[in-house]
Design a protein around this ligand. Structure first.
Ligand code: NDP
Ligand code: OXD
Length: 308
């Protein structure tokens, strides 16, 4: 069995090979670029030429949860299964990220950070009101499902929205286009954990934001192309949005001139909401390849038409 490993961006290839080899010392490993015929590909944003140079591949394993970049290239031969990572240690990180954003907004930590820089002491807590924001999570898969459960367990009224109907203890779930407006109308914090697909591209625009309660807070860790940046900035400037915490952007790294960097009510993080932990990921990859090699079903097969 020969496994080809490729990664764009941060060079994780030696680490992945070492970890896979620790699990399966009997397998051979090849780092891209190579024309040695391989059986399985583990990749993150591979170059188009890879598939022409590797005609013997039996499956592609996406070294991450989102497959939008891979599908957008449109170079993976038809019939070659694409399998993505499922959770693999990322969902817990996502829950931490989202919870941090919810607490930041709810407990006004942004305001207190500004006050500290001015050595200004002022309490903003409203002792007469017990208002707690209702949190709505878009996408209830590996990431969003865990995020919604953890936020609900933390005591926030939690709503969830997905394409299909879900049943999650402690989370009021909405589905499809019909469920979107009643869901949004109650979200004081809106969290996007959606994959980028033809249906979700540009979804978070002025029309969607206008359905949120005044002064809502937006958290986006799905993909940057889900946001209409100009509309988000307009909503921030008008107070429709009290603030936003954004991890993913149309262009990454986020260009230096982008207003998100300097907006006083925006927190920018550099696509770190959930990074792929090599150990968890490789353990899952080994299990998936074992099943594929035995001709058994594997989970995480990407539906190319649906886009996730
Ligand atoms: P899943 O495929 O497990 O879940 C996707 C969820 O989105 C499902 O609940 C699905 O609905 C829902 N969904 C998809 N399309 C629509 C739509 N048109 N309308 C409503 N709901 C929709 O994906 P993951 O949870 O594993 O990952 C989600 C995304 O998170 C990734 O694609 C990636 O973009 C992003 N991500 C970002 C990271 C970061 O560090 N910022 C790290 C990891 C992932 P249904 O259940 O009905 O199918
Ligand atoms: C992913 C990501 O999709 O890190 O795994 O964004």
């Amino acid at each position: 069995m020969k496994i080809l490993v490729q990664s764009s961006g941060i060079d994780v290839v030696p680490g992945i090979i070492a970890e896979l080899r620790r699990h399966r010392p009997q397998w051979s490993f090849v780092a891209w670029p190579s024309d040695e015929p391989c059986d399985y590909l583990v990749c993150w944003k591979p170059p188009a030429e890879l598939f022409a140079r590797q005609p013997a591949l039996r499956a592609v394993i996406n070294y991450g949860a989102g497959v939008d970049a891979l599908l957008a290239m449109n170079v993976v031969p038809d019939g070659l299964p694409i399998i993505r990572l499922e959770d693999a240690g990322m969902a817990q990180q996502m829950a931490e990220y989202a919870l941090y954003g919810v607490l930041h907004h709810h407990r006004k930590f942004g305001r207190y950070a500004v006050q500290q820089r001015a050595r200004h002491w002022q309490q903003w807590e409203d002792r007469a009101s017990s208002f707690r924001p209702t949190v709505g999570v878009m996408g209830l898969g590996e990431m969003g499902g865990t995020v919604a459960r953890r936020i609900a367990a933390f005591g926030y009224t939690t709503l969830g929205w997905a394409r299909s109907r879900h049943a999650i203890d402690g989370v009021e779930c909405f589905a499809g286009q019909d469920g979107l407006a009643p869901f949004l109308a109650r979200c004081n914090v809106l969290v996007s954990m959606l994959p980028l697909t033809a249906d979700t591209r540009g979804l978070i625009d002025g029309a969607l934001l206008s359905r949120l309660p005044m002064g809502a807070f937006l958290i986006n860790a799905g993909r940057g192309d889900q946001l209409h940046d100009v509309d988000v900035l307009a909503a921030l400037d008008s107070g429709r949005l009290a603030g936003a915490m954004l991890d993913v952007f149309h262009t990454e790294p986020l260009p230096a001139h982008h207003r998100f960097w300097s907006h006083p009510n925006v927190i920018v993080t550099p696509h770190i909401a959930a990074t792929t932990p090599i150990r968890d990921a490789c353990e899952q990859i080994v299990t998936k390849i074992d099943s594929l090699a035995r001709g058994e079903p594997v989970s995480g097969i990407v539906d190319r038409v649906r886009g996730y």
